[in-house]
Design a protein around this ligand. Structure first.
Ligand SMILES: [Cu+2]
Length: 133
């Protein structure tokens, strides 16, 4: 009778150990594999650039890739957003709005990191940039 409790505890201990080994044995293979480099989380947010007083506000906006930028024309004159010519990339090839009247909006989703200078084709002095990280 004195031995019974000890045997009981040993049995429990063996079951717990066995379960522990079984569980860690299964997951051990997974965790021992090299973890593939996970890309930065793709943020699918949104950002707004106001076009006001013949200027883009903010003039430089930094966003995560996957973010959609929406330009809103607050001026009473038309503006047109399009990417600058940059190396082999021609003006307006990456993104280009129509001529936006007051209240007009244009949205573009930036999926690739980089610097995207742009301007207003109607008023070339209006320059700004989107930086995608
Ligand atoms: Cu303009």
């Amino acid at each position: 009778m004195k031995c019974a409790p000890d045997q009981f505890y040993w049995a429990i201990l063996l079951i717990v150990l066995g379960t522990f080994i079984a569980v860690t044995g299964c997951t051990g293979n997974v965790s021992s594999q090299p973890t593939p480099a996970t890309p930065p989380a793709q943020v699918t947010g949104s950002a707004t650039v106001n076009i006001q007083n013949f200027a883009f506000n903010p003039a430089t906006i930094t966003i995560s890739r996957g973010t959609t930028v929406t330009w809103v024309n607050q001026d009473s004159v038309n503006h047109q957003v399009l990417n600058d010519a940059d190396g082999s990339i021609a003006e307006g090839v990456l993104f280009a709005s129509d001529s936006l009247p007051k209240g007009g909006i244009y949205s573009f989703k930036f999926d690739t990191p980089g610097n995207y200078p742009y301007h207003c084709s109607i008023h070339p002095s209006m320059k700004a940039a989107v930086i995608v990280t």
